[in-house]
Design a protein around this ligand. Sequence first.
Ligand code: FAD
Ligand code: EPU
Length: 344
Amino acid sequence: MKIEKNKSLKLLNTFGIDVIAKYFVEVCSVDEFRELCRDPEFVRTRRLILGGGSNVLLTGDFDGWVVKNSIPGISIAAETGGEVTVKAGAGENWHDLVMWSIERDYAGLENLSLIPGLTGAAPIQNIGAYGAEQKDVFDQLEAIEIGSGDKVILKAGDCAFGYRDSIFKRQWKNRFFITSVSFKLAKLSSPNAHYRYRAEYGNVRAMLDEMKVQDLSLKAMSEAVCRIRRAKLPDPKELGNAGSFFKNPSIPQAQFEALASKYPEMPHYPQEDGRIKVPAGWLIEQCGWKGKKVGRAGCHKTQALVLVNYGGATGREVLEFAESIRGSVTEKFGIELSSEVNII
Ligand code: FAD
Ligand code: EPU
């Protein structure tokens, strides 16, 4: 393992924020990480685990260890007639894992195509898109407890998955280094396969029609999702961003009714718990932020929920911009937005 000192993280986060890590190390195996855990200095010092850096906002130089997870490998851990358990190293690129599954006719990940980042981060915020979440197919994960260096296996019941949420963002924040994640996928080649595609979300069906798809397939579903995403979301290689900056808020029914009488056109989605989800992108757009630029930070022109770095912005600049947005949404609608992005 090569330990680097005073390393720039500019190319290691999709916001493209240029900060310095005091120590930086790339970990390519479980043993390498365990070796780090044997160093009391490492365990005592402030640490940041980094995957693809696509859900972090770095607000200053990092006075500690940044550990980039690059543990590779995709394998089949178990198989029955109709199901396969696919185990992926935490350092595998997420979209590559989705493509790997689709090529083999393993179903369950296709709606999550083109989400940036690495597999090890998928359980952290329980990634989701187009009517699917990783928890729908999650089997288990393996991790190292940083304090003890012990290996643990965690099942879905341990992880408290929710909308863009898990125990790893709460009680167990910074406690574990995830080394692999396993997913249970349906084998479409099985003679008894009767898989239900999730095509009725947002404009997925309309895109499939535009693509003139007659028979649904994993490839077609993935392609439809990819086309919608490319049309809406900025490519971090061209414009620094971390996807949705805020979560979509869920508000109580009474608050919704009061707002709906004032804003009858407000999009809304009733939830199982009786609350009503309102798209944060709409709230932000109504406050006049869409397409606005303040200094080197801005609100994207086709997706108001995505904040961008027009080049050279500091993390603090982006954070201040986000705070202004949050403030005006609270003032106009009485709704508090909470960050989806991890502020470091
Ligand atoms: P990082 O940003 O590197 O890390 C995220 C958090 O996880 C950090 O707190 C980090 O410390 C922790 N972490 C990372 N790896 C490990 C590990 N091995 N062990 C322990 N902790 C770890 N997200 C969605 O859910 N749905 C979307 O549709 C979506 N679209 C996006 C579109 C764009 C253009 C962008 C830029 C981002 C989007 N995101 C989306 C957010 C992001 O892609 C996901 O959150 C992704 O899972 C982050 O992966 P990462 O490897 O980049 O994680
Ligand atoms: N909207 C606006 N103006 C905007 C953006 C959105 O009015 O500028 C309204 C529209 O009514 C639209 C609705 O918001 O119909 C929903 O917009 P969109 O379909 O673009 O989805 P989103 O709610 O903004 C969420 C996720 C995305 C995920 C998509 C698709 C969150 C915080 N974001 O976005 O995830 O890809 O749905 O499922 O839940 C991410 O987490 O980083 C992310 C990109």
